[in-house]
Design a protein around this ligand. Structure first.
Ligand code: TEU
Length: 554
């Protein structure tokens, strides 16, 4: 019974394999590197890792373009290396989650190559359309659909005389989910890895799985309407609404079917497998993944609101609204989750400002439910500065803009992890790493922060310890925006109260605790951020708790 619930109160730690640790010093992270550093994950108090894709890939989208869903990418190691990683994780009591990328395959996959050769089975794995002839007699893509990485979502292939759909880069042809063979193939991929002992999957770009049924539109995929957004340039993805390629009804039922496959494997050994889904969507669409009636969905439809809805300029009311929104929409019998960073978004320290690193970690680790930490957020890493020459992310390169590329590039949040103050921050001894090491590694690294009396890492560890307390595992929640700068929430259980105070500005306030019922007498500071001059152990009368400097937990 306890084992079945292993995921509910744990911290999931995301590792981007290319950038965590490089065991063979070729400048690219690998599986043996990860295995050698799993103690770090254990030490910060996480209970599971989720790995961005480790499968065979030509790396046009750094592993999200999979050429062989059943094999390990050679730069990362071998199947034996992966089994050793699993064994080491098991020894440390860590669960391992892999990335399932079901929306597309690589154009170098056997599936796509066979399709080009006219093999009908594999031709039907993909989404093909005829071009249209314009007034000058030139062939044009079937409609206005756009790739998330700019340009048309359609690419012509002479071999078959048709265009194929790719919602991401050209090298990522979309799989056709209206073909039962594709549905079965991906279920087999899930079975293959779950049977190998992985504890679940993070499911990539899940809301892009299905396109609209074109038969409902006279056999032709309709043009996307405009999104109405004026803040984005007309060439960009967000200029269109994407109502025909995203968030289709069928997607949810596919995901519920996958959960059934998870259950099928769990029934063999009694270990609950966890699914996390990646969908940047409205709150209503996100919570719909949890399930419907008897159908179960992912335990963790990723909640990205702390990434997408708030940043350094937000008020305490914005923060309260963002947090409360997820808790309000979430079905009562489901578990909430909090994601504050990943390999697609500017780092938490860069979005919120370095002074809020401890405060945001406090929120993520002490709110009810599961916490998700992207590697480096525990030491407050900031976005790397990657020159145009060094830019490799297609999202940056495809802008063709040596001045503004960095606004689209995801390289800054993917730079090598900082282990120590040595060469390449201890990531690798290679002359050149695949992405340059970010600034600040001399202090923003594991070794220095472990040795320091107080550091982001030390606070993170203290938070991970605290969240094992019943108040944080089981306790209730309420919240308050004290004023425009201070967000406060309370967790309580059986008469025990904790207040988490997030002062979002460098300004002092006094908090009147009578706002919260049932808090009387004295309160004691349990933990405070690096910047706060308030010390742990300080005691205040309940009606006047100073919220000094940046943040604190009383
Ligand atoms: O991202 C899906 C997705 O929707 C992204 O376009 C996301 O909106 C964007 O990167 C935010 O900046 C997933 C992966 O996380 C991403 O790394 C892949 O490039 C993408 O799928 C394609 O597989």
């Amino acid at each position: 019974e306890k084992e079945l619930e292993w995921w509910k109160t744990t911290i999931f730690y995301q590792i981007y394999p290319r950038s965590f640790a490089d065991s063979d010093n070729d400048g690219i992270g690998d599986l043996n590197g990860i295995t050698s550093k799993l103690e770090h994950v254990k030490e910060i108090g996480a209970g599971a890792i989720w790995l961005s894709p480790i499968f065979q890939s030509p790396m046009y989208d750094f592993g999200y373009d999979i050429a062989d869903f059943y094999a390990i990418h050679d730069e990362y190691g071998t199947m034996e290396d992966f089994e050793a990683l699993l064994a080491k994780a098991d020894e440390l009591g860590l669960k391992v989650i892999l990335d399932l990328v079901p929306n597309h395959a690589s154009n170098e996959s056997m599936w796509f190559q066979e399709a080009l050769k006219g093999n009908e089975k594999y031709y039907n794995y993909f989404v093909w359309e005829d071009g249209v002839i314009d007034e000058n007699g030139n062939m044009q893509p079937p409609n206005n659909w756009r790739s998330q990485f700019r340009g048309s979502a359609w690419e012509y292939r002479e071999e078959v005389g048709k265009y194929y759909l790719h919602q991401f880069v050209v090298g990522q042809p979309d799989l056709n989910y209206r073909n039962p063979d594709v549905v079965e193939e991906i279920k087999n991929v899930i079975r293959f890895w779950l049977n190998k002992g992985v504890a679940g999957f993070r499911v990539d770009a899940v809301n892009c799985l299905f396109e609209v049924d074109k038969d409902l539109y006279g056999g032709k995929y309709p043009d996307e309407p405009l999104s109405g957004r004026r803040d984005v340039d007309p060439g960009s993805y967000d200029y269109l609404a994407h109502i025909y390629t995203k968030d289709q009804n069928e997607t949810y039922y596919m995901v519920y079917d996958w959960r059934d496959v998870f259950e099928e494997i769990s029934a063999q050994d009694g270990l609950e497998r966890v699914m996390m889904t990646e969908a940047y969507a409205t709150i209503q669409d996100v919570v719909r993944y949890y399930g419907e009636g008897e159908r179960k969905g992912p335990q963790m439809p990723f909640n990205f609101n702390l990434i997408t809805d708030v940043d350094a300029s937000s008020s305490a009311a914005d923060m309260k609204h963002t947090v409360d929104k997820f808790l309000t929409y979430k079905p009562v019998d489901k578990v909430s989750n909090w994601v504050v960073g990943n390999h697609d978004n500017s780092r938490m320290a860069s979005r919120y400002g370095s002074s809020l690193v401890d405060g945001i970690n406090m929120i993520v680790l002490l709110l009810p439910g599961v916490a998700v930490t992207y590697m480096g957020e525990e030491i407050g890493m900031i976005d790397g500065e990657v020159s145009w020459e060094d830019t490799v992310d297609p999202s940056g390169c495809n802008t063709n803009d040596p001045i503004n590329y960095y606004k689209s590039s995801r390289d800054p949040e993917r730079t090598p992890f900082h282990w120590n103050a040595e060469k390449n921050a201890g990531f690798s001894t290679a002359e050149k790493t695949w992405l340059p090491v970010a600034q600040g590694y001399e202090t923003l690294n594991v070794e220095v922060q472990k040795a320091a009396e107080k550091s982001h890492l030390k606070i993170y560890q203290a938070l991970a310890d605290l969240r094992r307390d019943d108040v944080f595992r089981l306790g209730r929640y309420d919240s308050l925006a004290l004023n425009k700068d201070v967000f406060v929430f309370r967790r309580w259980y059986k008469g025990e109260n904790y207040l988490v105070l997030l002062n979002m500005r460098d300004k002092d306030y006094t908090l009147d605790l009578t706002y919260f019922e049932n808090i009387h007498g004295n309160v004691t500071v349990v933990l405070s951020s690096i910047q706060s001059p308030k010390d742990e152990g300080d005691t205040y009368p309940a009606f006047a708790v100073p919220v000094v400097g940046f943040e604190g937990l009383v």
